[in-house]
Design a protein around this ligand. Structure first.
Ligand SMILES: C[S@@+](CC[C@H](N)C(=O)[O-])C[C@H]1O[C@@H](n2cnc3c(N)ncnc32)[C@H](O)[C@@H]1O
Length: 386
């Protein structure tokens, strides 16, 4: 069994895990972590998981008891080890200070004095190490760079897991910031969210993914990195060029071969080349707002987005086979009270001949991506063509 420490929006992370590992294997363990019953787990392609670890013990009790068990267990195991071990400890959901967490490492280090193992401890600024710290110290990536993930869950159960790695934030930053063509107006889809969306579509391996609103090509880029042939179209010629340049940069900088077709096209009327095995897109989100718009302005923007996206869904629906998966980011607007206004097409998906995918651990309505200061959220629709 594995445990995943979920990202800032846990609902997205757990939905992604359900689609990758199957709903039956995935459960919330705490509000910000999930257990996955599987023999194989890789964090590399997951956008919604910050860290993951192989579960080595399930305990109960308070921090003192848990800490003692960890000290006894690892003092014994590592006393036979010859060499240096780097250790980080991350504690989630237990009432414990960073000092107390650090203390566990110090006691363990003292216990190992005189043995052939020596311990280097990663300092805890918080009870848990940030994923940046874990990543930069390569914790979980080799036998002698260990991070213990200690998580308190439902009913006071405590899981101890050995990390298998954290999100590669250096690689994300490079893909996001070093690509040659960026456009603040079109918006910047974070690569992590693009990965989540591709995983939510559950597009079969090596199948061809269409993004009919490809913009600067973040989804195409992430899908190509996952090994999918990609097909992007966009109304704007400029965006078509941007996507082409960015994909070329990806292929050269990452030494991968990318199979891609990028063309201009209006998603409401385009006739796409076959095959289209899955559709993943951050669609038209309307204009950006820095403050909640007036009711009449919101009504106007909403009607316009509804028209474009309903027309697109009708158009693409005639060109994809029954059973084709889609994951679309569409706009939803937050008002001053934090309530969201959704597109009206969300309630008419059945009439448009799409079925919304159900999740075991979350409601489809929880699949909203936004930052606190944003008015326009991205609502993720995970659909299957009927
Ligand atoms: C939110 S942006 C997508 C950004 C993209 N995810 C990226 O990586 O840059 C929406 C895109 O939809 C395009 N667009 C707007 N209306 C369209 C339409 N009717 N058909 C096709 N593309 C359209 C815009 O040109 C813009 O590039």
């Amino acid at each position: 069994m594995y445990i995943a420490i979920l990202g800032r929006q846990p609902a997205l992370g757990i939905a992604e895990l359900e689609r990758v590992h199957g709903s039956d294997s995935v459960e919330f363990f705490s509000p910000t972590s999930a257990t996955i019953t599987t023999d194989e787990f890789s964090i590399a392609r997951l956008g919604g998981t910050l860290k993951a670890g192989r579960v080595v013990a399930e305990l109960s009790g308070d921090w003192r008891q848990v800490s003692q068990k960890i000290i006894t267990q690892y003092a014994d195991a590592w006393s036979k080890y010859d060499g240096k071990i780097t250790l980080g400890i991350s504690v989630y959901g237990l009432d414990v200070t960073p000092r107390e967490v650090q203390r566990t490492g110090i006691v363990l280090k003292q216990r190992l004095k005189g043995s052939s193992a020596s311990l280097r401890l990663i300092p805890n600024a918080e009870a848990e190490l940030s994923s940046a710290t874990s990543h930069h110290n390569k914790l979980g990536l080799s036998d002698n760079k260990v991070e213990l993930l200690i998580v308190r869950g439902k009913g006071g159960k405590v899981i101890v897991a050995e990390s298998i790695g954290a999100q590669n934030i250096t690689a994300y930053a490079k893909r996001d910031q070093e690509r040659p063509k960026r456009d603040a107006f079109v918006g910047m889809l974070p690569p992590k969210l693009a990965q989540i969306m591709i995983n939510l579509s559950a597009a079969p391996e090596h199948s061809r993914i269409l993004d009919p609103f490809c913009g600067t090509g973040v989804i195409l880029q992430e899908a190509a990195l996952m090994g999918y042939p990609v097909y992007g179209t966009d109304l704007s010629e400029k965006m078509v060029d941007y996507s082409k340049v960015n994909l070329e940069w990806l292929a050269n900088s990452h030494h991968i071969s990318v199979t891609s077709t990028i063309q201009p096209g209006d998603a409401m009327t385009a006739v796409w080349q076959q095959p289209i095995d899955a559709v993943v897109a951050e669609t038209y989100l309307g204009q950006p707002f820095s403050a909640p718009p007036s009711t009449s302005k919101l009504g106007e923007v909403r009607r316009n987005c509804d028209h474009i996206l309903s027309s697109f869904l009708k158009n693409v629906g005639t060109q994809i086979k029954s059973g084709t998966p889609l994951c679309l980011a569409i706009p939803a607007w937050k008002d001053a009270n934090g309530t969201f206004t959704h597109l009206s097409l969300v309630d008419k998906l059945g009439n448009l001949d799409y079925e919304r995918v159900a999740f075991k651990n979350v409601s489809p309505l929880d699949l909203l991506y936004y930052r606190e200061d944003q008015i326009v959220a991205r609502e993720l629709l995970v659909l299957i063509k009927k």
